[in-house]
Ligand binder design. Structure first.
Ligand SMILES: [Zn+2]
Length: 210
């Protein structure tokens, strides 16, 4: 948790600084492994203090509905009515978005969603994950990553959260997941990250709202 809970301070992310009560909608060009990546960013600093929420969409470049939804979210938030801060990246994998690529980033064929926290010494997608993680995602107290049925998928609406083994984090993540009002909530164990007890099946349906 940062001091943003207690004070109204500037919002400093990715080289930008936004004063309290202000919103910045911009595009930042980052060159990774020789590839220019034009990243759209909304930075919204509320008029009163509170935690920082980071929202990304389009990690999978062909999942367009969440990209549009996140862009609408960024345009709709009035910083004068906001307590806390929001960082919204509506198209977090611009090269895949422009290529209409399903699942992978065409530069190296990797799935960005499987590369976090990334590796600056890796190929493009792993280095891009590293930049996103260290400049965008870790700026937040809370994080939402929006996906959607890719171009070859048809999915029912669902929300999922990861079990990390840290009870405080897991309880808050579950609270966030349940707050959506979507009927299907999936609980996922982060098998590759933490050696959590396998008392539950992965991707177990833990809640189905009526
Ligand atoms: Zn996805």
């Amino acid at each position: 948790m940062t001091d943003s809970d207690l004070t109204v301070a500037g919002l400093s992310v990715a080289g930008f600084n936004v004063a309290p009560g202000e919103k910045l909608a911009t595009i930042k060009t980052i060159t990774i492994k020789g590839h220019d990546t034009d990243l759209p960013i909304f930075l919204i600093n509320g008029a009163s203090g509170g935690p920082t929420l980071v929202v990304t969409a389009g990690i999978h470049g062909g999942e367009y509905p969440c990209v549009e939804a996140a862009a609408r979210l960024g345009r709709s938030i009035d910083p004068g009515k906001l307590s806390g801060k929001m960082v919204i990246v509506p198209s977090a994998n611009p090269i895949a978005f422009r290529a209409r690529s399903i699942y992978i980033t065409p530069v190296d064929g990797l799935n960005l969603n499987r590369q976090f926290p990334g590796d600056p010494e890796g190929t493009y997608t792993r280095a891009w994950a590293d930049w996103l993680f260290n400049n965008i995602i870790t700026a937040g107290d809370y994080y939402i990553d929006m996906h959607g049925g890719d171009m070859i998928e048809a999915l029912i609406p669902f929300v999922s959260y990861n079990i990390t083994g840290d009870t405080a984090v897991d309880d808050k993540a579950k609270e966030m997941a349940m707050s959506y009002g979507i009927r299907a909530v999936l609980e996922k164990e982060m098998w590759a990250v933490l050696p959590v007890p396998r008392t539950r099946r992965p991707r177990e349906l833990v809640c189905q709202r009526s």
